[in-house]
Design a protein around this ligand. Structure first.
Ligand code: ACO
Length: 319
């Protein structure tokens, strides 16, 4: 078995919100660009359905994968902000996609959710329990944003991204995107002692964050996990064709790249266009990278993410 990414898709809400929107709460384009690299983000309307974005991203990923909806064994949606408390987004995505043989569930690991879900998809394939898994990351962070708090409001955006993960060991090169021979590897972690650094409580449901400390922890944990994964596969940063870290802040992504020795041209950044979309950020970035020709027909992808909990993870996987 060799699990690899064989399709990618994304979807963004129509409304684009420029940095000037935050002048009303005492921020400025200059501050936001300098400290975060963010220039704009997309907002889902208050009555918008996140499931629509998750479905659009998943449809694109599936169409690109050459697989049919009936071949999908599991649909996993990483999200912190589903439309309903229960059921989650995944069952609706599976049904509307026509994946009527699939198990479907949501996974909550904050901004690390997509990497957790990707690791899970690989494990399902390697154990023979599924041949094709759809992994989606979808967030409407505006639902848990304190829109009066400039220290968090400027950072967050809404969106969805999805990938299809499949066994490519004996696939026909003509109809799929073959990953390289490297077997996927992942390292996940969590530390609940650090909940006070970033959380949304059940009273006001809004995100509270110690920004500078989260910055330090994010760089440290993502770098550590990625270093461990590379060592386990006897790889160096130069073996990775594209490295996509959780798009929280351009300074964080660049600092992780520097720690690992990733050449700037292999480090992907789209936080300027979409801001921090939590578990949607990596698949959204992957789809944009693919559309820009930054993802070749095959290659080795490095991912790393960090979020509330704190939770973190890193991995290498072929596409
Ligand atoms: N506009 C203008 N000024 C601001 C803003 C703003 N939006 N936010 C904070 N400031 C001010 C502060 O009040 C402070 O002013 P002072 O010096 O007069 O006290 C000054 O800017 C510096 O504030 P710091 O917080 O020290 O600034 P820093 O350089 O650390 O940047 C930031 C803040 C961008 C939040 C950074 O710490 C960061 O990116 N942290 C990580 C955030 C993150 O990645 N979160 C991810 C998780 S989010 C999730 O999981 C959904």
């Amino acid at each position: 078995m060799t699990a690899a990414i064989v399709g990618v898709g994304s979807a963004l809400p129509e409304r684009v919100v420029p940095n000037s929107h935050f002048e009303a709460i005492g921020s400025s384009d200059e501050w936001i660009v300098k400290r975060t690299g963010i220039r704009q983000r997309h907002f889902l309307p208050e009555d918008g359905h996140l499931a629509d974005l998750a479905l659009a991203a998943s449809r694109t990923a599936l169409a690109r994968s050459g697989r049919t909806a009936r071949e999908v064994g599991h649909v996993v949606v990483a999200t912190t902000t589903p439309d309903r408390t229960t059921p989650g987004l995944a069952v609706e995505v599976a049904a509307r996609l026509g994946a009527d043989r699939a198990a479907a569930f949501d996974l909550h690991a904050a901004c690390a959710g997509f990497v957790y879900a990707l690791d899970h998809a690989v494990a399902l394939i390697e154990s023979g329990r599924a041949g094709t898994v759809l992994v989606c990351g979808a967030e409407a962070l505006t639902r848990i944003t304190d829109h009066e708090d400039r220290s968090t409001a400027v950072l967050l955006g809404d969106g969805a991204g999805a990938v299809v993960v499949a066994d490519v060991a004996d696939a026909d090169a003509a109809d799929t995107v073959l990953g390289p021979s490297v077997e996927p590897a992942f390292r996940l972690g969590s530390d609940g002692e650090l909940i006070p650094l970033l959380y949304a409580d059940r009273y006001d449901r809004k995100l509270r964050m110690d920004g500078p400390e989260i910055f330090v922890q994010a760089v440290e944990r993502m770098s550590e996990a990625a270093r461990d994964v590379l060592a386990r596969r006897e790889l160096t940063a130069d073996d990775v064709d594209l490295f996509v870290a959780h798009q929280a802040n351009a300074r964080i992504v660049r600092a992780v790249g520097k720690e690992l020795g990733v050449a700037p041209e292999r480090l992907y950044l789209n936080v300027d266009r979409v801001a921090n979309t939590s578990s949607a950020s990596i698949p959204l970035a992957l789809h944009q990278a693919w559309r820009e020709g930054r993802l070749g027909p095959t290659g080795l992808l490095g991912v790393a993410a960090f979020g509330a909990g704190v939770t973190w993870g890193a991995g290498v996987i072929g596409w």
